[in-house]
Design a protein around this ligand. Structure first.
Ligand SMILES: Nc1nc2c(ncn2[C@@H]2O[C@H](COP(=O)(O)OP(=O)(O)OP(=O)(O)O)[C@@H](O)[C@H]2O)c(=O)[nH]1
Ligand SMILES: [Mg+2]
Length: 320
């Protein structure tokens, strides 16, 4: 049975939200601070006696600042993949992730064995965001986790590098596209607030006129495009949770975990019922297909009245 099938099957049986650990998938642009954020989450949760189950899905990271329960690098040698398949760095990361995904049902079994004792499963992803968010293996991993566990996406943003209206807009559009693709509860995590406060972003998200004022100095065609986009994104912001943190100093993590709890509630209120509806519909379809086939078989048997049927009709016709 493939990983998503296994997960879908168990999804229908898991109805007690209290016993399920929350999965936090860390995604974000290269260098936004995903790995440092993982390290800080790990330390924060351990300090609260809620040691998480830690998964690293980045095959190319050379050194991790936190201990893992499962590390993609233990099964797949990224440099070897590059050599063997004659690939560049990004192709090798994608291939390593694909190879790992074929074993992801085993990962789910490991998590499952520990799940009752866990409050959180935290997951680090490859540096190049598109490798995880737009690949088949990234979708399979995300969907199989989300089919069983309340799963939330933590979208890590490099706040100091997002202060210009154009980079802010492109980052938000990217976040928006991932939200609509996965439909999972989503938290925007403004990281590195020790260097740059995220107050400007809070203002731009709550008041599009403030964003338009910031755009005033930009007279290029981009300015009018961004102006229109800011109106479109207004609805996206309205449905979004965010937190400002510093993965280095640890500030903002209590607020972040409050958002995680809200996101978990959203998973049970919206994502899970929709998932169960899809599973029910698929089962109904399979049952009706099975019934159709059985009806056809019974009809065939009625026509032949239990006698032997001559299947070589053409040969008989040729002889005549
Ligand atoms: N000042 C500051 N620097 C940070 C913070 N978080 C991460 N960094 C720095 O940002 C750089 C990138 O951090 P990583 O945690 O490796 O980022 P990443 O997203 O995992 O990077 P890739 O996996 O390579 O894409 C490092 O130099 C970190 O020390 C933060 O909260 N504040
Ligand atoms: Mg990293």
């Amino acid at each position: 049975m493939s990983a998503p099938e296994t997960a879908s099957a168990s999804a229908a049986q898991t109805t007690d939200p209290k016993k399920m650990p929350t999965v936090i998938l860390c995604i974000g642009m290269a260098g936004s601070g995903k790995t440092t954020f993982m390290q800080r989450m790990n330390a924060h949760l351990r300090a609260q006696k809620q040691a998480p189950y830690v998964l690293n899905l980045d095959p190319a990271v050379s050194k991790l600042p936190y201990g893992t329960n499962i590390d993609i690098r233990d099964t797949i040698d990224y440099k070897q993949v590059m050599k063997e398949y004659k690939l560049g760095p990004n192709g090798a990361i994608l291939t390593a992730l694909n190879l790992f995904t074929t074993k992801f049902d085993q990962v789910l079994e490991f998590v499952d064995k520990r799940s009752e004792a866990l409050d959180y499963v935290i997951v680090d992803t490859p540096g190049q965001i598109e490798i995880f968010t737009w690949s088949a293996s990234g979708s399979i991993i995300t969907d199989s986790l989300a089919a069983t566990y309340p799963t939330v996406l933590a979208y890590i943003i490099d706040t100091p590098r997002t202060t210009s209206p154009a980079t802010f807009m492109s980052n938000m559009l990217y976040a928006c596209s991932i939200l609509y693709k996965t439909k999972l509860p989503f938290i925007l995590v403004f990281n590195k607030t020790d260097v740059q406060s995220h107050q400007f972003a809070v203002e731009w998200m709550s008041d599009f006129e403030a964003y338009q004022r910031a755009l005033k100095d930009d007279t290029t065609y981009m300015s009018s495009l961004m102006n229109s986009m800011s109106l479109v994104l207004d609805e996206f912001y309205a449905n979004l949770r965010f937190a400002g943190v510093s993965a280095v100093t640890g500030s903002g993590f209590d607020e972040f975990f409050d958002r995680v709890k809200e996101a978990r509630d959203e998973y049970y209120a919206e994502y899970k019922p929709e998932l169960e509806r899809i599973i029910r519909e698929r089962q109904k379809l399979q049952e009706s297909e099975k019934k159709d086939q059985l009806d056809r078989l019974l009809k065939d048997m009625a026509i032949s009245e239990g006698k032997e049927v001559d299947l070589d009709v053409d040969a008989d016709a040729d002889e005549q």
